[in-house]
Design a protein around this ligand. Structure first.
Ligand code: AMP
Length: 212
């Protein structure tokens, strides 16, 4: 199964990808997490990506295409994977096709901008393992501490309200056209993101034709 999770920043892609990955036994490839790791390790890619990410802009396509091509070629991807946050432009989607990646399903998690802006203010992430939480909808067992690895949770710099606004504008302009791109291929499934996490998850499974 090669699955793309599409949706605005804050739509819940990362949260759903974590559960789907466990249930389906395939890895999640999150370009956002890979880039944040590169920033932490101060690699050349990280240094280049940081200035775009801090401003809510997309990292250039050639950087993303390079890291994804390398990642999908690894061994753990042979039974499939979940793409979380990539592709984000038509050029990235076309690059996947060039690598011979045959996507089976594209699930678009839909949610209104106003709901997202309210939601993002409660988001917390683990800087070490990338797990995501929400102080109301999906709190960690211990306040401010990652359930998976025990690290202290942080607020991402690009979750600041003014940056979220810019990221949503970028989403509508550059990423939303992917819905049409995949609808024309008959691969697009729509789920409603403004519901409790488990309800969104059930909708995704139904959309994928899996028993709930
Ligand atoms: P995310 O964690 O998916 O919300 O990504 C955080 C930030 O990383 C985005 O706002 C972009 O600056 C950058 N980024 C992540 N994935 C991509 C991508 N596929 N294309 C371009 N930029 C990306």
């Amino acid at each position: 199964m090669k699955l793309i999770l599409l949706g605005a920043p804050g739509a819940g892609k990362g949260t759903q990808a974590e559960t789907l990955s466990r249930e389906l036994g395939i890895p999640t490839i999150s370009t956002g997490n890979m880039l944040r790791e590169a920033i932490q390790n101060q690699t050349p890619i990280g240094l280049e990506a940081k200035r775009f990410m801090d401003n809510g802009q997309l990292v250039p396509d050639d950087v993303i295409i390079g890291i994804v091509e390398e990642r999908v070629a690894r061994d753990d991807c042979r039974n499939g994977y979940i793409l979380d946050g990539v592709p984000r432009t038509i050029a990235q989607a076309e690059a996947l096709e060039r690598f011979g990646v045959a996507i089976d399903n594209v699930v678009s998690i839909e949610i209104e901008d106003a709901v997202i802006e309210a939601r993002m203010s409660g988001r917390r992430v683990c800087p070490r393992c990338g797990a995501t939480y929400h102080i109301m909808a999906n709190p960690p067992k211990t306040d401010g501490v990652c359930d998976s690895c025990g690290s202290e949770l942080i607020i991402r710099k690009d979750d600041r309200p003014e940056t979220v606004h810019d990221r949503l504008a970028v989403f509508h302009m550059l990423t939303e056209p992917l819905k049409d791109f995949y609808a024309k291929q008959g691969k697009l499934r729509i789920v409603q993101g403004d519901q409790p996490i488990h309800a969104v998850y059930r909708e995704i499974l139904t959309a994928l034709g899996k028993s709930v």
